[in-house]
Design a protein around this ligand. Structure first.
Ligand code: CMC
Length: 433
């Protein structure tokens, strides 16, 4: 007999089904609650609401565990490539040598973007934020590749759109960077693997056949793998909910990019470096900034600290801190900001305010320092997060479609005015908001 939980309202008792996940996570299925009782549940910010059943990513915030399709993030970061992880997330299994070669071939076949799209790059003001450009450009892919809009999509149609999106993302991201410098764009060279091609288009020159340092390729692979999926976070939930209206993949992902931009989510990596720079310019007094972060009358938060689900440590942060030390050493870079970051972490981890609230460094506390060491400007950091998260968004969108999930549509508790009569304009009184 399947497990149930009893809910008592007044003198009535209701049996609600219990759902158990493969890692023994438990949920009370309340999908029939309103029909049965007239009640809805209220959970602002979805802090305790399971929005779906997913077989893609598992994380345990208390134990600091993160797995993609059952594989620990530590093993994937150490042994895998970003493209292999993308395949794993989207198609559910690690690819064979033949499958990954074919996947790479298909992607290389689609790395060019329609030449007319170049006009968009020229249309943006030269200093417009790369994330604003990225969301617009990804959405506009639906205009150039309209097969994504076909009302009935075969598996081949969906796969073609997935391949095009993965392929064109690297070209778009590197061209945004090139345009920000006022430099000519570099076309993809299909002899390269996914990550090397991206770095080649980003740091390459038109006149030379630049070789990308394997140390940089390796660091980039690790960073992208660590960001590749993170179950039902703000941007991924956005992608699923937009996709649930049967919007095409490009516009669903574009909406995810917008959600990622905010400093409480993906925008944190830019905000961390800006914060560390500010602390440096201010003399490097970390105690002063910790005090500010604790002051409830001060809006300042320690960026790169805290996480909605990790309440012990962020396993990605552990890997990234080590990668940060390694890459700076390999590239011979001595970044004062890294020292400030380490001091800040040390002080915060001992401070009762952070300890009591279980606030630890998250993945983006150190990622910006690595991106900077690799040569990326601060405003590109969140775009790089988006490049990493793309396979996760695609996998989650695809799963949502395959599971035939209904359109996302939460309820609310209305707390506004009731039954007002319309007032003519000349009779209204000023209400200050
Ligand atoms: N600095 C100072 N205080 C903090 C911080 C911080 N970074 N984060 C949370 N708090 C305090 C917060 O003021 C609250 O205190 P109190 O209980 O006294 O009111 C308590 O900790 C709980 O915070 P919350 O905002 O209710 O927690 P949340 O789960 O809603 O938010 C968070 C999680 C990540 C938005 C938040 O910790 C934060 O704003 N961190 C800084 C931004 C950041 O680094 N974001 C990147 C997250 S990792 C990348 C990704 O996957 O998106």
């Amino acid at each position: 007999m399947s497990e149930t939980i009893q809910l008592k309202i007044g003198d009535k008792t209701y049996d609600l089904p219990v759902i158990t996940g493969s890692e023994d996570e438990k949920a009370i299925d309340i999908s029939k609650l309103r029909d049965l009782t007239g009640y809805v549940t209220l959970d602002i910010g979805y802090k305790n609401t399971g929005a779906t059943k997913s077989a893609i990513t598992f994380l345990d915030g208390e134990l600091g565990i993160l797995k993609y399709r059952g594989y620990p993030i530590e093993q994937l970061a150490q042994k895998s490539s970003f493209l292999e992880v993308a395949y794993l997330l989207i198609y559910g299994a690690l690819p064979t040598a033949e499958q990954i070669a074919d996947f790479q071939r298909q992607i290389n076949h689609h790395t060019l973007i329609h030449e007319d799209m170049k006009k968009f790059f020229d249309g943006f003001p030269s200093h417009s934020h790369p994330m604003g450009q990225l969301t617009a450009l990804i959405s506009s892919l639906s205009a150039f590749y309209p097969e994504s809009l076909k009302p009935v999509q075969t598996a081949e149609d969906v796969n073609l759109t997935i391949t095009k999106l993965l392929a064109k993302m690297t070209t778009i991201v590197s061209w945004i960077y090139k345009k920000s410098l006022g430099h000519p764009v570099i076309y993809p060279q299909n002899k390269h693997d996914y990550v090397t091609n991206f770095l080649y288009m980003t740091f390459g020159q038109r006149t030379e056949d630049v070789t990308i340092d394997p140390v940089i390729v390796e660091a980039m692979n690790v960073l992208l793998i660590l960001h590749a999926d993170h179950e039902q976070n703000c941007s991924t939930s956005t992608v699923r909910i937009v996709g649930s209206s049967e919007a095409n993949l490009y516009s669903s992902v574009s909406a995810g990019i917008s959600a990622l931009w905010g400093p409480l989510h993906g925008g944190a990596n830019q905000a961390v470096i800006e914060m560390l720079e500010k602390i440096k310019e201010d003399g490097g007094d970390t105690d002063k900034w910790i005090k500010k972060a604790k002051d409830k009358n001060d809006p300042f938060r320690l960026m790169g600290f805290g996480h909605r689900v990790y309440k012990n440590f962020d396993p990605r942060a552990k890997i990234i801190k080590k990668a940060c030390d390694d890459i700076l050493e390999k590239l011979g870079i001595d970044d004062e900001v890294l020292e400030i970051a380490k001091r800040l972490e040390e002080v915060a981890l001992k401070d009762p305010y952070f300890v009591e609230r279980k606030l630890y460094p998250n993945v983006d506390f150190y990622s910006g320092i690595i991106y900077r060491a690799l040569g990326f400007p601060t405003e590109m950091f969140t775009v790089l997060f988006a490049l990493g998260r793309l396979p996760g968004w695609i996998a989650q969108w695809k799963e949502m479609k395959e599971n035939k999930e209904p359109i996302g549509r939460p309820r609310q508790i209305y707390v506004g005015a009731i039954d007002r009569d319309y007032i003519e304009m000349d009779k209204r009184e000023l209400v200050t908001q």
